[in-house]
Design a protein around this ligand. Structure first.
Ligand SMILES: Nc1nc2c(ncn2[C@@H]2O[C@H](COP(=O)(O)OP(=O)(O)OP(=O)(O)O)[C@@H](O)[C@H]2O)c(=O)[nH]1
Length: 194
């Protein structure tokens, strides 16, 4: 089974739950007292996707404004970005739109974008409706999911959604049809990983 390494970055306001989402996805753990990220942190997780294994190389960026200038290092070469907002904070949705704009202007072509409305366990104090987020996501061709890192809701689904949007490797390029590769004119690989 072919293993593909897919660089994924998480972007969004401070406190929206980026590290908590990564922690839940990779370690199935939630920490109420998690500290704000300094710079960025890195984790990996490998999941099956059809005939492939997707090894996510996950860069969790710091949301504090003073770290904003570091972000290009992490979204550069990324196959996907998970842009997170807090459903109880309209401001964090405004910040999300700024990240999308920056990715469109300076991010990799064809980067897969997933919009995660985190803290959906706090729906009784929500400020952003799912309808608003979904309409925005549709307008930019992104996946839209509401998540709760705390209650483990839709965390796997964010990454499964990304996996589904990553085009499969060219079977000629990854050796699955090696015998036919010999007589085949060269094709560009569709692999968009880092
Ligand atoms: N209720 C609830 N709280 C959450 C959830 N996810 C994270 N939190 C809390 O929100 C706070 C911030 O979480 P972090 O994961 O550190 O947020 P972050 O986006 O990584 O923040 P920065 O590192 O500063 O960018 C912490 O107190 C978490 O416990 C969630 O799904 N529900």
């Amino acid at each position: 089974m072919a293993i593909r390494e897919l660089k994924v970055c998480l972007l969004g306001d401070t406190g929206v739950g980026k590290s908590s989402i990564v922690c839940r996805f990779v370690q199935d753990h939630f920490d109420h007292n998690i500290s704000p990220t300094i710079g960025a942190s890195f984790m990996t997780k490998t999941v099956p996707c059809g005939n492939e294994l997707h090894k996510f190389l996950i860069w969790d960026t710091a949301g504090q404004e003073r770290f904003h200038s570091l972000a290009p290092m992490y979204y550069r070469g990324s196959a996907a970005a998970v842009i997170v907002y807090d459903i109880t904070k309209q401001d964090s949705f405004v910040t999300l739109k700024k990240w999308v704009k920056e990715l469109k202007e300076h991010g990799p072509d064809n980067i897969v974008m997933a919009i995660a409305g985190n803290k959906c366990d706090l729906a009784d104090i929500r400020e952003v409706t799912f309808k608003e987020a979904k309409e925005y996501a549709d307008s930019i061709g992104a996946i839209a999911v509401e998540t709760s890192a705390k209650n483990s809701i839709n965390i796997e689904e964010v990454f499964q959604g990304i996996s589904r949007k990553i085009p499969p490797l060219d079977p000629y390029e990854n050796g699955e049809i090696g015998a036919m590769k010999l007589g085949r004119p060269s094709l560009q690989s569709t692999n968009r990983c880092c």
